[in-house]
Design a protein around this ligand. Structure first.
Ligand code: SF4
Length: 326
């Protein structure tokens, strides 16, 4: 079942999106492949925040980078406002940047240390030949105020800013072209806990103000619950459960989602959950298990799980999961 087919007009719809990397080569030819993203399908509705959550290495950040067209997909479809993005090249991808932007986990790594903040914020406008020099300068300073910084920060260098201030700059730069869709990739995981809530509240306010649609990528369930309208849970390159945030945190059905939630006592209703300890490690994406990819760790696995890949099944209103027991 295609999840994207159930919605009439999603802003973003991905279908069987796959990204494989060559892992080892013999005689110049790959002899093994890593399936970082393996046939992922979902949609993102206009104006919503879709949380994408999972353990490190599950493919969530790769999925975000594919949607922003920072990575080339191996196969599958990404449609944005009905337009196929996987076939875009060169100049068309640059044009897409006006509509689709990415907020990075570590903005410092992407801020040119030799430039002050003003020119850094003006650069996207200059690249796209938007406005005069004076207008670009004005817009950069206006945007500083929008993200809660004084206009005088335009004359500072990135190394003069704190982590939270740098992330505000990262957000400001992503918004300079007034995109309609933003991929926020672990935007607070590098920040002190005391600063995280300020940045999350800023993101929420900006989402409302700029009518943003957001893919919010994070390993932190508390953060995802706070930010998301719906949540997709990834395991080993595939989405295993997708539901409205409230539904997922109150009534997850997939054994993997339930295990993740059981490790976070403060998530959900505040009721005590029985801790579900998963056995073993996440399998290598070089050699993903046959059948259900979770069967090597699943506490509820039955014999069939080792050979039959589960398909999407509707669980309730707007709620889907991929498990043979459903
Ligand atoms: Fe567990 Fe089997 Fe369901 Fe996979 S299909 S989640 S292994 S019960």
């Amino acid at each position: 079942m295609s999840i994207s087919s159930l919605e009439l007009e999603p802003l973003v719809a991905i279908d069987r999106l796959t990204k494989r990397y060559p892992a080892a080569a013999a005689f110049g030819k790959p002899k093994a492949w890593v399936n970082a993203v393996n046939g992922v399908s979902f949609d993102i509705r206009s104006g919503e925040t879709l949380g994408l959550v999972g353990e490190s290495g599950c493919g969530k950040s790769t999925t975000g980078q594919l949607l922003a067209r920072l990575l080339e997909p191996t196969s599958g479809s990404i449609r944005f406002r009905g337009r196929e993005l996987t076939t875009l090249r060169g100049r068309e991808i640059r044009e897409l940047r006006k509509h689709v932007q990415l907020i990075f986990q570590d903005p410092y790594a992407s801020l040119n240390p030799r430039h002050t903040i003003g020119p850094i914020l003006e650069e996207p406008l200059r690249v796209h030949r938007i406005g005069s020099r004076a207008e670009r300068r004005q817009q950069a300073r206006d945007m500083l105020e929008t993200v809660g910084l004084d206009r005088s920060y335009a004359d500072r260098y990135p190394h003069e800013l704190s982590g939270g201030q740098r992330q505000r700059i990262g957000i400001a730069r992503a918004l300079m072209l007034r995109p309609s869709f933003v991929v926020a990739d672990e935007p607070v995981s590098a920040l002190d806990v005391s600063v995280q809530s300020q940045i999350l509240n800023l993101l929420k306010e900006l989402q409302r103000r700029f009518a943003l649609t957001t893919l919010f990528v994070s390993h932190d369930l508390n953060v995802v619950q706070y930010m998301s309208d719906r949540v997709a849970v990834m395991y080993l390159g595939t989405v295993v459960e997708l539901a409205p945030a409230e539904t997922l945190f109150r009534g997850a059905v997939h054994p993997y989602t339930r295990a993740l939630l059981s490790a976070i006592p403060s998530v959900g209703t505040g009721e005590r959950r029985e801790r579900i300890v998963l056995r073993g490690e996440v399998p290598s994406p070089l050699h993903p298990p046959a059948g259900c990819p979770f069967h090597t760790r699943c506490p509820q696995a039955v014999a069939e799980c080792a050979s039959v890949p589960p398909d999407w099944k509707p669980v309730g209103p707007d709620h889907y999961a991929r498990c043979l027991l459903i």
